[in-house]
Design a protein. Structure first.
Length: 95
């Protein structure tokens, strides 16, 4: 693959991953502290800048991590929950 194309793909992925991290940080502010421990565990690598993209180094890895988060947020209800889940899905291409 052409290095310019690969560079553009990497940049697009990093931008998407940054948006996911920002959204996940905001979601944690709305989640009750004592609930959703597994969702919080899967969110941890997505929300800390020090994670150095280790779990989100490819678009597939990012999508997988988001799927784990969404699976563990199944009981989170309300308008905020619906909006956050929909935005997460849109960012990683889940229908």
């Amino acid at each position: 693959m052409d290095t310019d194309i690969q560079g553009a793909l990497n940049t697009a992925h990093e931008t998407r991953a940054r948006k996911v991290k920002t959204l996940v940080r905001s979601m944690c502010a709305h989640l009750p502290e004592e609930k959703f421990p597994y969702a919080r565990a899967y969110m941890a690598p997505l929300q800390h800048p020090s994670s150095n993209w280790e779990t989100v180094e490819t678009p597939e890895a990012l999508k997988t991590q988001v799927l784990y988060v969404l699976t563990n947020l199944g009981a989170w209800r309300g308008e905020t929950a619906r909006k956050c889940k929909a935005e997460l899905k849109a960012l990683v291409g889940i229908k």
